[in-house]
Design a protein around this ligand. Structure first.
Ligand code: ZN
Length: 495
């Protein structure tokens, strides 16, 4: 049995979660659920980055204690996971979870033992939003390419990591496929960046500049560990890397796949820095990094400063978790930004879930209740619809293996359409056993209903990946053969 470990990035908690966060956690959840359905053993981790300097500044601006501010925001992120129906196995908060700090310290010490850490004075342009230094040539017109803000000139004495040493080992890992980066365009971006040669990076901050928040550098309490070094470690600290526990061995060292789901803005941290830290410590690399693009809302970038923010919890309250999950799965392409509107979410839910699937289940349970109260007939030994169902199942798993979540959702949706076309064409109600029609075409009703029943069950199984609440309702109606509206139509509250 395959072992599959999947994580989301851990967002900093300087504000409430927005729709972009929902996209990422739903994508990771779809991968986790798809693997469980296939029979793999899965561990799914998410969490929050509590130690970022941005959190400290947001707390100061709000006039509350950092720990209180972080706890309240982190609660919102954890609650969003429940609201969206995530099948999480674990959740880590880096400031309060007892497993985290020993893991970060162990990774740091391992780099020190490898002679990859040294102290030097440094002056550079620092974007607080990214929490990273930029070279002048990397800026757009003097501004951060991610945030559009001017970086600060910062000079201090820091610990540095010998990233330059890992240029060739990283290229080897990526080019051999030992470290997959998907989609390919993102992989190419990383290769170009690494091929240009890597410079050593600063991996600590003065404790003073960090306002004393964060994890102190072992044996140098004047410095705190750079927040990215700290945050990236969560993927293994949560498994008990700090004391080399059994879960770390089971889910990281010996796992068949170790997959990080991240946004394009933090690609370099995950595909360059993080693997280098692991190589330095002599630990296995992730096997794959899947990178999603961004959402826009009504055509504009999600941004706190322009107020273009939608709280995903509000969408779930208005439309249900399944409708939001379905839109995120079926309308967001693997590469390129996707534009969200409430009308698009509503159209998809009504077309595919309510009309396409819900109605179909209702028609089939109605026919069964009326004509087969003793239970559904077994599926026929062969039928074109059953072939399509088998094909859809393997298409879904193949698509998820290449991190094409949209293709997996579209394969499910095309089976829904095929089943609707089949029932329209075969018209099983005209062959119901009580009718004279049965004499003309014996076994026709049994054959058609047997095939349809097996197919709507396959669809319910596949929908467990995307819309778990609807899938559970469908299975319960099918098992009890009770007709009803399992997915009500919804209406957009705004455009
Ligand atoms: Zn930035």
């Amino acid at each position: 049995m395959n072992r599959f470990y999947v994580t989301t990035a851990i967002p900093y908690v300087n504000g409430s979660p927005h729709l972009g966060h929902a996209l990422e956690v739903v994508q990771a959840d779809v991968l986790a659920r798809g693997r469980r359905l296939r029979g793999d053993r899965v561990r799914f981790l998410s969490g929050t980055d509590d130690n970022a300097l941005k959190n400290v500044l947001a707390a100061e601006a709000a006039g509350v204690l950092v720990a209180e501010y972080v706890a309240a925001r982190a609660d919102e992120f954890e609650e969003l996971g429940q609201t969206l129906g995530l099948s999480l196995d674990d959740y880590i908060r880096t400031s309060t979870d007892q497993r985290h700090r020993p893991g970060v310290e162990r990774l740091w010490r391992a780099a020190a033992v490898a002679d990859d850490l040294y102290v030097r004075d440094y002056e550079g342009l620092y974007c607080l939003g990214c929490e990273q230094f930029y070279k002048p040539g990397e800026l757009d017109d003097g501004r951060c390419p991610e945030h559009g803000t001017e970086p600060d000139l910062v000079s201090e004495r820091n610990w540095f990591f010998r990233l330059g040493r890992y240029t060739q080992p990283l290229l080897d890992a990526i080019e051999s496929g030992r470290l997959r980066i998907e989609p390919e365009a993102r992989r190419n971006e990383v290769v170009v960046f690494v091929q240009a040669g890597l410079e050593d990076i600063s991996v600590s901050r003065s404790a003073e500049r960090a306002r004393g928040w964060g994890i102190p550098v072992p044996n140098d309490p004047e410095q705190v560990i750079y927040v990215w070094y700290d945050a990236l470690s969560n993927y293994i600290s949560a498994l008990g890397y700090g004391d080399n526990g059994p879960e770390y061995r089971h889910w990281w060292v010996e796992s068949d796949e170790r997959v990080h789901v991240i946004g394009k803005g933090i690609l370099r941290f995950h595909a360059v820095y993080w693997p280098a830290f692991l190589l330095s410590a002599g630990e296995p690399l992730p096997t794959a990094i899947y990178v999603h693009d961004y959402l826009t809302i009504n055509g504009a970038k999600i941004s706190k400063s322009t107020g273009n923010i939608i709280n995903p919890t509000d969408l779930v309250e208005s439309y249900g978790a399944d409708a939001l999950r379905w839109w995120l799965a079926i309308d967001v392409p693997r590469l390129g930004d996707a534009d969200f509107t409430e009308q698009r979410l509503v159209n998809r839910a009504n077309q595919d879930l309510a009309n396409g699937y819900g109605n179909l289940v209702n028609r089939i349970t109605t026919l069964l209740e009326k004509h087969r109260p003793e239970g559904p007939p077994p599926p026929p030994s062969s039928d074109p619809l059953l072939d399509l169902a088998d094909q859809a199942r393997s298409d879904v798993h193949d698509a998820l293996a290449r991190f094409d979540i949209r293709a997996a959702a579209l394969a499910t949706e095309s089976l829904i359409r095929a089943a609707n076309a089949y029932i329209q064409e075969r018209r099983p109600w005209e062959h119901a056993p009580s009718d004279a029609a049965e004499l003309k075409k014996p076994g026709e009703f049994e054959h058609t209903i047997g095939s349809l029943y097996a197919t709507v069950r396959t669809i319910a199984e596949l929908l467990q990946i995307f819309t778990p609440e609807l899938a559970a309702r469908a299975l319960s109606h099918l098992e009890q053969r009770t007709p009803g509206i399992i997915q009500p139509r919804i209406e957009a509250q705004t455009n």
